[in-house]
Design a protein around this ligand. Structure first.
Ligand code: ME8
Length: 511
């Protein structure tokens, strides 16, 4: 789409030290649903994801795999790229921090910061965690480890420093003026109190390894992996070119979606780097919660990282996407269990939505000439149900704008429940003999409601929604939100329906 107000959203760029798992899939699916929603709503969307390939952690993993870092990154980055097909992700761009366009942009940002006297050479002595790629104060350590539980090592080396301490007041003013910058509220409070507690200058280069972007003019240093990584959000838009092209169109980003683990980098360091380079900070950072698996933290030692391939082959792509966005209030932590997944598939998808669509469409196919029925005058219950369906978009839109996916789905499923009650109350099968004209009106109301719902769920379950819209004979160009106000044309032939949400049946135990 070329017209429309721009909307730029990003996932974190994922470390290539490990293969993708459901945590990565979660952030990417949430962004994808939002990107699709905005496109259907007429926005000009740029949706970026990618991989974070530099730093000591990746260098170590490459060595452990017996590979040179570049070949190692090429291999793992490819597995993150494959998520696109696997989970039906509609990203517009995929950036790698080893891309020449990115390296150029990072060096330009460094030079800009240096030119503005925001970087100086000093000596670092402190604690560093390779797993978190983060520095910690002595006072932050818990039992000799990072607050995240990661091991730390004592590092002393010549480093460049960014004058973060000088930005404390301006950051606090920025948060104050932009109450929506950090969501949810609890994360906002956490960031504000961290900054109020005082900021120290931040070490932004390393000399003890070489897998990174060389510091311009001093190549024995590589740029700190977080300064390198955060810059992806602008280098993908063509930074340092800011006057024209994608940067001019899409920056500042409407949303950086991240997990709660990396909020400090996105809400403190990133806006400070940008303000120091006289660039606009992003409009919003949303930090979602953390998944555990069957009640346990995901970890290498437990071997319970679920690869997205496994989920998709077991449950299907739409079911996985729906589950992720419906199961938890977006922002809260939650548990990924087989039982909960099957519950959602069989009750919300198969029983509520699938059954509604299937019984209406097969009834029309068998008993109403396999075409869109001709409605007569509407009765009160018809008007009420149609009204509920057409008021969905105005109530669902603010939920998406505020990343309240679960709430948007609750509202849509409220209409599905109402439509199921309406089928039972109006009993079209009984009307077939007693009042065929009334039967046609009831069926028309129902296909209209199914069309509304199918259009609105496209961002979350794109494959099933497309199949359903095919079965309603809705042409591809009439599937955007601006087509919601239109009506199905009576007499349009409808193809033979097939179920779009199969029930999940447990495989029989084999011994
Ligand atoms: O932090 N539950 O990359 P990363 C929910 N390269 N989300 C999870 C999760 C879980 N259990 N585990 C991971 C990095 N995630 C940096 C980012 S951005 C400039 C650089 C998701 O590979 C969540 O979005 O460790 C989290 O923030 C991200 O993966 C961390 O990915």
């Amino acid at each position: 789409m070329t017209g429309g107000r721009p909307y730029y959203l990003t996932t974190p760029i994922y470390y290539v030290n490990d293969a993708p798992h459901i945590g990565h899939a979660y952030t990417t699916v949430a962004c994808d649903a939002l990107a699709r929603f905005m496109r259907l709503d007429g926005r000009r969307v740029r949706f970026l994801t990618g991989t974070d390939e530099h730093g000591q952690k990746v260098e170590k993993s490459a060595r452990a795999a017996g590979m040179d870092p570049q070949s190692f990154c090429d291999r793992v980055s490819q597995s993150f790229r494959e998520i696109r097909t696997l989970l039906n992700i509609s990203n517009d761009d995929f950036i790698r921090t080893t891309d020449p366009r990115h390296i150029r942009g990072v060096q330009a940002l460094w030079e800009e910061l240096q030119r503005r006297d925001q970087i100086y050479l000093g000596r670092f002595a402190g604690w560093y965690s390779v797993r978190d790629e983060a520095f910690y104060e002595e006072s932050e350590l818990v039992g000799g480890k990072a607050p995240t539980g990661a091991d730390v090592e004592w590092v002393e080396e010549e480093n460049y420093f960014f004058r973060l301490s000088a930005w404390q007041d301006r950051l606090l003013q920025f948060y104050d003026k932009n109450p929506d910058f950090i969501a949810p509220q609890a994360r906002r409070n956490e960031v504000v109190s961290f900054v109020r507690g005082g900021l120290r200058d931040l070490s932004v280069s390393r000399t003890s390894f070489s897998w990174g972007v060389p510091v311009p003019g001093d190549p024995k240093h590589v740029v700190y992996v977080w300064l390198d990584a955060l810059a992806n959000y602008i280098t993908a838009l063509g930074y340092p070119e800011t006057e024209s092209g994608d940067y001019a169109t899409f920056w500042p980003a409407d949303l950086h979606m991240v997990g709660k683990d990396i909020i400090r980098f996105h809400c403190v360091y990133w806006p400070a780097f940008l303000m120091a380079a006289e660039l606009a900070p992003p409009k919003r950072v949303f930090a979602h919660g953390w998944w555990t698996v069957e009640g346990q933290k995901m970890s290498k030692s437990l071997g319970n990282f679920i690869p997205p391939q496994k989920l998709v082959s077991q449950y299907g792509v739409d079911a996985v996407r729906y589950f992720m966005l419906r199961e938890l209030p977006f922002g809260s932590d939650g548990d990924f269990s087989h039982r909960a997944m099957v519950g959602r598939i069989n009750s919300d998808l198969a029983n509520d939505f699938g059954n509604l669509a299937q019984r209406v469409l097969s009834f029309i196919n068998k008993n109403a000439g396999a075409q869109v029925p001709q409605p007569g005058a509407y009765a009160e219950p018809d008007r009420l149900l149609l009204q509920m369906a057409s008021s969905l978009l105005p109530s669902v839109r603010p939920c998406f704008e505020r990343q309240q996916f679960h709430h948007a789905l609750e509202l849509i499923w409220g209409v599905i429940a109402e439509a199921n009650r309406y089928v039972d109350a109006q009993a079209p099968w009984a009307l077939r003999k007693t009042d065929p004209a009334r039967m046609a009106t009831v069926l028309y109301v129902l296909v209209e409601v199914v069309r509304h719902v199918a259009i609105l769920v496209q961002p979350v379950v794109p494959e099933a929604a497309a199949k359903l819209l095919d079965q309603l004979a809705v042409p591809a160009e009439r599937r955007g939100f601006s087509a919601l106000d239109e009506r199905l044309v009576p007499g349009t032939a409808l193809p033979k329906p097939t179920g779009v949400f199969p029930r999940y049946v447990e495989a029989a135990e084999t011994s």
